[in-house]
Design a protein around this ligand. Structure first.
Ligand code: C2O
Ligand code: CU
Length: 471
């Protein structure tokens, strides 16, 4: 009897001791630097706060964004408990002309956890990237922070908090950004966001009528701010996919009976020549922008098409200076998996990067001037919208099939389970940059890593007195 008990105890120690070790090893320190564990602290080098737009240059566009936690009315009339920017959600659209210096002051009036503003898809200087604990401290209630960047890329972008982002973004701390070239392209913003279970466009549920003129070429700037991919398509007219993630497509051909997959965080500018009877830009099926000439009535939506426009082969190819994929001198692998384990003491099935679990994920080192190739593959059983901060990457292949269409520049790439993408970018924007899944709960569950430039350091800490928590 005693012997048996002893054997049983010994057996459970054999099983439990390693488990206890894994559990203990997974506990996250309350405060750490993203530079820990990557060759230790680097105290020398350029601090992220020095990577700024020309401080001597005056701003061309000045905006103040006031963030609040409150119960508010959506444009649809529904009440919602969340966050507003200047009293509404979505917040105001920030507009600039290409080349202008944009200066935005975030004032946190009452967001208890602190807040930041990240400029999703805009390759800002690192100090303006808005990542709590990496490029700044979260702005506490009563505090403010000023972001400065030159709007170098025309296109459709958005902004959102990057502090406790899986909660603050979902609850409304976000808005659109439109940067126009010298000759404006115009168009309407279609910022898609779910408040609770209700999908909205610009805060309205259902059909949103946009008065238009028959025969006019109209651009709808679709922005998917939700955690999952969305299909957009057009009822009543052929359309072109005019821009992807802010970059114009070269010679986009009109399509009918096809959809556009807009991944989480991604943007798609859709253009139609408005027919007399109007056209519907369908946004996931339950909401739409209805381009409606006088006298037309919003027709019924067409069913979601099974075929999708494939950006890999859409539009006309071109050589892309300065990227010559033959000049790649730095290669990284970003392989996404999933396995059972502990994340900060919690047992579960957690995401892995190259087989490792957060925070033991690789730090993707680059040097300024590198031409970098990432091979991004997904073996995890779920789709991941992968978002690299501070850079646009050129997609060169998917599952071994080379890109043949218009140069496909992306900042938010839908990587389905089983897929492998090769992307290439020029390391021309020094800093410490997040490279994470934009299904934000996944990021909070550890699906994130950093691209860090040699010689760049950060004084900011995850945790710490500012309670920085970027995911
Ligand atoms: Cu839209 Cu790291 O974020
Ligand atoms: Cu994900």
């Amino acid at each position: 009897m005693a012997r048996r008990a002893l054997v049983a105890t010994a057996a459970s120690i054999v099983v439990l001791a390693p488990l206890a070790w894994f559990w203990q090893a997974s506990l996250m320190p309350g405060t750490y630097s993203i530079m820990d564990g990557h060759g230790g602290h680097q105290h020398h080098g350029r601090g992220v706060h020095t990577l700024v737009a020309d401080p001597a240059r005056a701003a061309d566009v000045r905006v103040t964004l006031v963030a609040r936690k409150e119960r508010f009315r959506l444009p649809s009339g529904r009440a919602f408990d969340g966050y507003t920017v200047n009293g509404t959600s979505p917040g105001p659209t920030v507009r600039a002309v290409q080349g202008q210096l944009v200066e935005v002051t975030l004032v946190n009036e009452s967001v208890p956890d602190g807040a930041t503003v990240h400029w999703h898809g805009i390759d800002v200087p690192n100090a303006a990237d808005g990542v709590a604990g990496v490029t700044q401290d979260a702005v506490p209630p009563g505090g403010s922070f000023t972001y400065r960047f030159v709007a170098e890329q025309a296109g459709t972008y958005w902004y959102h908090s990057h502090q406790v982002s899986h909660e603050q973004v979902q609850k409304g701390l976000l808005g659109a950004v439109v940067i126009e070239p010298g000759t404006p392209r115009g168009g309407v913003v279609a910022l898609v966001h779910r408040y609770g279970a209700v999908r909205t466009v610009n805060g309205y549920a259902g059909d949103v009528v946009q008065p238009s003129a028959a025969g006019e070429r109209a651009r709808v700037r679709v922005i998917n701010t939700d955690n999952g991919p969305m299909t957009s398509w057009v009822t009543g007219a052929p359309f072109t996919l005019a821009a992807i993630d802010g970059t114009e497509v070269r010679e986009p051909a009109p399509v009918t009976g096809q959809g556009v997959l807009v991944t989480s965080g991604g943007r798609a500018d859709i253009e139609v020549v408005v027919p007399e009877a109007g056209a519907r830009i369908e946004l996931g099926g339950d909401t739409a922008i209805v381009l409606s000439p006088p006298g037309s009535v919003a027709g019924k939506r067409s069913p979601a098409p099974a075929r999708m426009v494939d950006p890999l082969a859409y539009g006309a190819p071109a050589a892309v200076a300065p990227i010559d994929p033959g000049r790649v001198n730095r290669e990284h692998e970003y392989s996404i998996g999933r396995r059972p384990g502990f994340l900060d003491g919690r047992p579960g099935l957690w995401w892995t990067v190259n087989g490792r679990m957060f925070p033991d994920v690789p730090d993707f080192r680059v040097a300024e001037g590198d031409v970098v190739r990432f091979t991004v593959s997904n073996h995890s059983g779920e789709v991941h919208p992968m978002h690299l901060h501070g850079h646009h990457a050129l997609v060169t292949s998917r599952d071994g099939v080379p890109a043949t269409g218009s140069p496909w520049w992306t900042d938010s790439l839908n990587v389905a389970s089983g897929e492998t993408y090769e992307i290439v970018f020029v390391a021309d924007n020094p800093g410490l940059w997040m490279d994470h899944c934009h299904n934000l709960p996944h990021a909070a569950q550890g699906l994130m890593a950093h691209v860090s430039y040699e010689g760049v350091t950060t004084p900011f800490l995850i945790g710490g007195p500012a309670a920085n928590s970027p995911e």
